[in-house]
Design a protein around this ligand. Structure first.
Ligand code: ATP
Ligand code: MG
Length: 448
């Protein structure tokens, strides 16, 4: 990896790493240095910023019962179930041959675990689709906000939880913090926030979810935003950072020669014991249903193994509750029945606010709907963009289908948070599938 002036960046990173390691032998997060009275910008104190973040994480820190229905969620305490996690010692080739170490305290161990003897400044948490990465980031931020006794971050002054999918390839770290977390504030600029971060990086932790959804690149030839520099360990070195990604994201870290900086951890999903626990909590008011479901799944090997994956565990419980599971014999038919569930559920919501009624949707119409809406995702997939965030323009040729898809919850339509470059304009609408797995299922139907 080379700087523009030709000097070796890797050597510089190794030096920074060595100096950080001197401080991190104890296994404890460094004690905060800056006081809550400190000003981030002349208009924003650290305390006010903290309050904004806490408000945001406690308001949104819920676990979805049904991700397609934004009104259906519950508190983490009710349903959050521990996930099996592993850290990898680096081994000789920086992460390939390393020994896997289980993290018995699950997510609370992520920032406590030493890898090769020291606390890593950067962690790459890999997990397959639907295994709970996004939920994990939300829970970590929530535990920080509520000062949960077990949270390794409870004494950290500032924790920023961001989503790569909500950035453009040139979005700076400061812009991401403003647009995703703090909102527009008079007299507070993204540059000032970054300056504070540069001077106080040891007092901040950054959680970055969904690297594989990032439209930018870690390639050293491209012009780099501060968000990319953070990911590349070229800025804010004292700041501890957790990046989550589906496994395919690891390649970019390997290519950028970053695995000597990043500790690799893996999210494995639910053990049998944990999926049983999830079902018991899901059917808390009806324990017989939970037992019946467990017995039913024993004889259904083709779908029984899916409960290890939190997304499918949630889907299986939902379908069981509505008596729609019995015809499911594959992952694909599970998605079909979920869609049926969504249609039935939206009927009970009625025709709200002039939205089209779904009362008379036939199976054929539903298929057409998936073709139109999924077709937009398929086009982006074909052109290698593989986007997860769409605009109204993408759907202008199938506006009716979009309305129904929004109504049943297959996609959501919401106002994007404002970004500094366009503050004077109306914030645009963004359209997203309720989960990336659902988007991929719709693309799969187009390919078939
Ligand atoms: N620890 C957990 N406890 C209970 N339910 C969970 C947990 N983790 C995830 N879930 C359920 O599984 C669903 C999918 O999880 P999540 O979106 O976090 O997966 P993901 O790994 O981010 O998927 P993707 O790779 O597609 O982004 C959540 O909406 C939630 O309903
Ligand atoms: Mg996710």
């Amino acid at each position: 990896m080379k700087d523009s002036d030709g000097t070796a960046t890797k050597q510089r990173m190794e030096d920074i790493l060595a100096s950080l390691n001197d401080h991190s032998q104890t296994g404890e997060q460094a004690k905060p240095k800056c006081s809550s009275k400190k000003m981030i910008t002349p208009k924003l104190s650290l305390d006010a910023c903290r309050k904004k973040l806490i408000d945001q994480y406690t308001r949104t820190g819920k676990i979805s019962l049904k991700p397609w229905d934004r009104t259906s969620y519950t508190d983490f305490d009710d349903l959050h179930t521990n996930i099996d996690l592993f850290a990898k010692n680096k081994g000789q080739r920086g992460g390939e041959d390393g020994k896997r170490i289980p993290l018995p305290g699950s997510i609370n161990d992520i920032f406590k675990t030493k890898v090769d003897g020291s606390l890593p400044p950067r962690i790459l948490l890999l997990g397959k689709p639907g295994h709970g990465k996004t939920t994990l980031v939300a829970k970590m931020a929530y535990d920080w906000a509520t000062k949960d006794g077990d949270s390794p971050l409870k004494d950290v002054p500032l924790v920023f939880a961001l989503k790569y999918r909500r950035t453009r390839k040139d979005t700076s770290l400061g812009e991401a913090i403003v647009s995703q977390l703090l909102g527009r504030m008079k007299g507070v600029t993204p540059e000032e926030i970054e300056e504070f971060l540069s001077d106080n990086d040891e007092d901040c932790v950054i959680l970055l979810d969904g690297f594989e959804e990032f439209s930018g690149s870690l390639s050293t030839e491209d012009e780099k935003s501060s968000l990319v520099e953070l990911t590349l360990f070229q800025r804010f070195p004292g700041c501890r950072v957790l990046v989550t990604s589906r496994p395919e994201g690891k390649e970019a870290f390997e290519e950028a020669d970053l695995l000597f900086v990043y500790a690799v951890m893996e999210i494995q999903g639910f053990t049998k014991e944990k999926s049983d626990e999830y079902m018991d909590r899901f059917f808390k008011s009806d324990p017989l249903s939970s037992n019946d479901l467990k017995n039913y799944l024993k004889g259904k090997s083709e779908i029984g193994c899916l409960v290890e994956i939190p997304f499918f565990c949630m889907a299986i419980c939902t379908l069981w509750q509505s008596d729609l599971l019995k015809s499911v014999d594959s992952q694909s038919s599970l998605f079909d029945n979920l869609l049926m569930y969504m249609v039935q559920h939206s009927r009970s919501k009625g025709n709200v606010g002039g939205l089209p009624t779904t009362r008379n949707i036939s199976a054929k119409e539903l298929q057409l709907l998936i073709c139109s809406v999924g077709g937009v995702a398929f086009e982006s997939f074909k052109t290698d963009e593989d986007r997860v965030v769409f605009s109204l323009k993408d759907f202008e040729h199938c506006q009716g289908a979009l309305d129904i898809a929004v109504h049943i919850g297959l996609v959501s339509k919401q106002t994007a948070s404002t970004e500094p470059a366009v503050w004077f304009e109306e914030p645009p609408m963004i359209i997203e599938f309720y989960h990336k797995l659902a988007q991929e299922h719709c693309i799969g139907i187009q390919v078939a």
